[in-house]
Design a binder for this molecule. Structure first.
Ligand code: ZN
Length: 282
């Protein structure tokens, strides 16, 4: 698959429009999507497909939005698993007993920014409005993992941390992993001050294209490219990596953006599930 054909593209599924990566979609053993804001029932700053409870949105609207998003893939909202995202690098090893921990407000898995499982039928989720989400699958086992990598997670080497855990906990060879980076904020929209820039410089990401001067003491930070570089360093093969070309801030028609909306906004959901065995032939 050519590099430009692997990235996320818009797909209509039932009432909603989502993004899917052809690189991941070719593995029929898994289901995945990154939601847009299209097709939901929330209004105002949350319009329309807000998928997260912690934004101040009505919980019943969030439940209905999740139902609209997951139903075309054959999943119930009560199969959702989510951690409390704290911009750390904690990785949860999710089991069947965790089903539904993330399906309702105040019922979360704990403070984890990354989730992994080999259990079919669980809907692993991560929520974002600018931060990159890393999708990782090992289609033979099968095994799936999702990781939320904002600037703090990226600085903490989230891609390395999660792949290391997959290696140790599940015996996964990094060369067998297939990875995709979700839509996230582009470097033109994501300008940071000297405080954040100096942290990235110290971590070895001080040059182009990762960090570039934008004038007036600001710097353009490319979270998408840094995550792609970290995934390669961690052993992901070029043919197994789908990079991102969408910007959440440049496209208010499609995406929520925390920075663009100064914090008052909804969240897109990234989800990844291993298909229940009964539906693998579909
Ligand atoms: Zn942008």
């Amino acid at each position: 698959m050519a590099a430009m054909d692997k990235g996320f593209r818009l797909v209509r599924r039932g009432e909603v429009t989502v993004l899917q990566s052809p690189l991941l979609a070719q593995y029929r053993v898994i289901d995945h999507a990154f939601s847009t804001r299209l097709g939901g029932c929330s209004s105002g700053a949350m319009a329309a497909l807000n998928t997260a409870f912690h934004t101040g949105d009505d919980r019943h609207l969030v439940m209905e939005n999740r139902r609209r998003l997951l139903q075309p893939f054959g999943y119930e909202p009560d199969a959702v698993v989510a951690g409390i995202q704290v911009h750390g690098t904690g990785v949860a090893r999710v089991t069947a007993a965790d089903r539904g921990r993330g399906a309702a407000p105040r019922n979360f898995l704990g403070e984890y920014d990354a989730l992994a499982t080999t259990e079919p039928g669980l809907v692993l989720t991560a929520y974002a409005a600018d931060c990159p989400i890393l999708f990782l699958i090992e289609p033979q086992l099968p095994l799936i993992a999702l990781a939320h990598a904002g600037w703090r997670g990226t600085l903490g080497g989230m891609a390395h941390v999660v792949i290391d855990r997959l290696r140790k906990d599940y015996g996964v060879a990094p060369a067998r992993l297939v990875a995709a980076i979700s839509p996230c904020i582009c470097p033109s929209c994501y300008q940071v001050g000297e405080d954040v820039a100096s942290l990235f410089r110290r971590a070895g990401w001080g040059g182009a294209p990762y960090l570039e001067p934008a004038g007036s003491g600001k710097f353009r930070l490319d979270l998408s490219r840094i995550n792609a570089a970290q995934l390669r360093e961690a052993g992901i093969k070029e043919s197994n990596l789908a990079e991102n070309s969408w910007c959440t801030s440049c496209r208010p028609d499609l995406f929520y953006s925390y920075r663009r909306e100064k914090g008052v906004t909804g969240r897109m959901m990234a989800f990844l599930a291993i298909k229940p065995e009964r539906s693998r032939s579909q």
